[in-house]
Design a protein around this ligand. Structure first.
Ligand SMILES: NC(=O)c1ccc[n+]([C@@H]2O[C@H](COP(=O)([O-])OP(=O)(O)OC[C@H]3O[C@@H](n4cnc5c(N)ncnc54)[C@H](O)[C@@H]3O)[C@@H](O)[C@H]2O)c1
Length: 249
C-alpha cells in the first residue's frame, strides 16, 4: 500500500515505541516524515532507519513541556516540507500514584505533556491541515474510557485527549479536516514496562484493567493510526478508536 505518497506527516513521540512504529509505517507507505521527540538519540536512530528505506525525513528535537518548543516543531516541519497533511500526536508520559499522594505540580506536568502540548501543536498545525484537507490522530488510552485506580492523572489527561479530539473534529469538519483519537490498551513499549506502581496498591483494582488478550506490539497500534490517517478513513472522524485486546469489553 502507498496510502501516503506525496503526503507530509508530523509524528511526535517518534523516538520510540508507538511513535517510532508509526513513523516507520507511514514512511513505508510513501510519506515524508517530520519526527519530533525529546530523545535525540532515539530520533537519530529513527533517521538512520528512514534513510535506509529511502524515506524523506527530518528530525526535530522538542520538549512537550515548553510552549515555544511545541509551536516551533510545526513551523520547522512546514518550513522544511512546505505543507502538512497528517499530524500524529503520540508523545506522552505515564505515572501511577495513590490519588491522595499526587502533588498538583506532578498532576500539572502530566497534563502539560499529554494535553497542553497537543493544544499548542494542534493550534499551529490546523491552518496547514485546513489547506491540505488533512487530518490529526491523537494518542489517547483505554484508561480514558474507564475508571483506572492509581492512574487518575494519566487517565484523566488521556480522557482530555479523547474529548479534545472530538471537539476539534466538530469544529473543523467544515474545513475538511478529520480528527480522531486512538485508545490502546497494553502495548509492549518502554512507557508500559518502566513506570512504577506504589507497592501497597489493591491488586484486584489493578486487575480490572487487564485486557483479554496478550499485550499488543507498537506496530499493531501504528497500523490503526495509519488507517485513521489515510484516505480510506474518509468517513471516520471524532472517534475514540479502541485497540485494547478486549480491555473495555
Ligand atoms: N504503551 C502502552 O501500553 C500505551 C497504552 C495507551 C496509550 N499509550 C500512549 O502511547 C503514546 C506513546 O507511548 P509509548 O507506549 O510508545 O511509550 P514510549 O515511552 O516508547 O514513547 C513515548 C515517547 O514520548 C516521548 N516524550 C516523553 N516526554 C516528552 C517530552 N516532554 N517532550 C517530547 N517528547 C516526550 C518519549 O521520549 C518517547 O519517545 C503515549 O502517549 C502513551 O500515553 C501507551
Amino acid at each position: 500500500m502507498r496510502r501516503f505518497d506525496n503526503k507530509v506527516c508530523l509524528v511526535t513521540g517518534a523516538a520510540s515505541g508507538i511513535g517510532r512504529a508509526t513513523a516507520l509505517r507511514l514512511a513505508s507507505e510513501g510519506a515524508s516524515i517530520a519526527a519530533g521527540d525529546i530523545n535525540e538519540a532515539g530520533l537519530q536512530s529513527l533517521a538512520v532507519e528512514l534513510a535506509r528505506m529511502g524515506a524523506p525525513c527530518m528530525v526535530i528535537p522538542f520538549n512537550a513541556l515548553e510552549e515555544a518548543s511545541n509551536r516551533a516543531l510545526v513551523h520547522r516541519a512546514v518550513e522544511q516540507f512546505g505543507r502538512l497533511d497528517v499530524l500524529c500526536n503520540i508523545a506522552g508520559a505515564c505515572r501511577a500514584d495513590h490519588f491522595l499522594d499526587i502533588g498538583l505540580g506532578d498532576w500539572e506536568r502530566m497534563f502539560s505533556i499529554n494535553v497542553t502540548s497537543l493544544v499548542a501543536i494542534c493550534q499551529e498545525a490546523l491552518p496547514h491541515l485546513c489547506e491540505s484537507r488533512g487530518n490529526i490522530v491523537n494518542m489517547s488510552s483505554a484508561s480514558a474510557l474507564c475508571g483506572a485506580a492509581y492512574w487518575s492523572a494519566y487517565a484523566a489527561s488521556k480522557a482530555a485527549v479523547a474529548s479534545l479530539s472530538k471537539c476539534l473534529a466538530v469544529e473543523f469538519s467544515g474545513k475538511g479536516v478529520r480528527v480522531n483519537a486512538v485508545c490502546p490498551g497494553g502495548v509492549n513499549t518502554t512507557l508500559a514496562t518502566t513506570y512504577s506502581v506504589p507497592p501497597d496498591v489493591d491488586a484486584a483494582l489493578v486487575r480490572r484493567l487487564f485486557p483479554l488478550l496478550p499485550a499488543a506490539e507498537p506496530e499493531e497500534i501504528a497500523a490503526a493510526v495509519a488507517y485513521l490517517a489515510s484516505d480510506e478513513a474518509r468517513y471516520v472522524t471524532g472517534v475514540a478508536f479502541s485497540i485494547d485486546g478486549g480491555q473495555m469489553t
